[in-house]
Design a binder for this molecule. Structure first.
Ligand code: FE2
Length: 289
């Protein structure tokens, strides 16, 4: 008999790290505890009301072989890149960047009274798409569908489908689901997740219980919960609400070689990326499709 509900497999406490030119953030994936959760490479939560914790930002840096997904909770990040794109990401906005064969960009948090907060996920690209043309899906907050479920649970559908409502981000190789879920006190939420897909919940506000076939496990923010195999996720609350991201995608089952912002399949490809960067031939040079 197959398992219905996905239970907790691993609980990860986010660890404080310093990134970019001196940005304080909390890392749950891509660190020592769990370096790779196929196809997810990294998950960071940045956020501070203090200017000195975020102002230095992420000056011009390269990426190759991956996608970076930035979801803003508060404040604003200005970005620009070597392809000539420029813009800002504000609260509730999403930027799904496919770095593909190579891009250099900068991500600079702006000083705001409300501070700066958001989440960044790195998704691996399959070998056949690692050197693909870079592209962006920039989605403003108003373009993200919000679904209110029975019991007043609210879901912002960034990618995937919730009760027939499709997400704002489409045509991503890993067929991801990326939901921002707010379950009120004494509420519940159930979401099907395809079997065989990797799934995790990042709980960033409040607390709730993950219900499974043999009981339930309580989780209090901030925690990243890797989910076990099963057909769906069920979360319930008692006196407190809970807010979390539910993220799932199809695993690649391919070898990886990673070095900072480059994630390829073989070590030679990492050397090639470093070589290209030194030679000034790093950014994508293929035919526009
Ligand atoms: Fe970046």
């Amino acid at each position: 008999m197959s398992t219905r509900y996905r239970k907790v497999k691993t609980v990860i406490e986010p660890k404080a790290v310093m990134e970019g030119a001196g940005v304080k953030l909390k890392r749950s994936l891509g660190g020592e505890e769990l370096n790779y959760l196929d196809p997810f490479l990294l998950f960071d939560h940045f956020g501070s009301p203090h200017t000195e914790d975020y102002q230095a930002g992420f000056p011009m840096h390269p990426h190759r072989g991956i996608e970076t997904v930035t979801y803003m909770l508060a404040g604003e990040v200005q970005h620009r890149d070597t392809l000539g794109n420029e813009g800002s990401i504000g609260a509730g906005d999403v930027q799904w960047m496919t770095a593909g064969g190579g891009i250099l960009h900068e991500e600079m948090p702006q000083v705001r009274p409300e501070g700066n907060a958001g989440l960044q996920l790195w998704v691996n690209l399959p070998a056949k798409l690692k050197m693909t043309q870079p592209r962006y899906q920039d989605v403003s907050a108003s373009e993200v569908p919000e679904v209110t479920l029975e019991g007043s649970t609210k879901v912002r559908v960034i990618a995937g489908t919730v009760e027939g409502t499709g997400g704002a981000v489409k045509n991503i190789a890993a067929n991801p689901t990326y939901l921002d879920v707010l379950v009120p006190a004494h509420g519940s939420f159930v979401q099907p997740i395809p079997q065989g897909y990797t799934a995790f919940a990042y709980v960033f506000e409040g607390k709730g219980a993950i219900v499974h076939d043999d009981g339930q496990d309580w989780v209090t923010s901030p925690r990243l919960v890797v989910l076990d195999e099963g057909k769906e996720l069920k979360i319930i609350t008692e006196d407190e609400p809970i807010r979390f991201l539910l993220i799932s995608a199809k695993p690649l089952h391919e070898p990886i070689a990673r070095y900072g912002p480059f994630v390829m399949n073989r070590e030679e490809e990492i050397q090639q990326a470093l070589h290209d960067l030194q030679q000034g031939t790093f950014t994508w040079k293929g035919e526009a499709s």
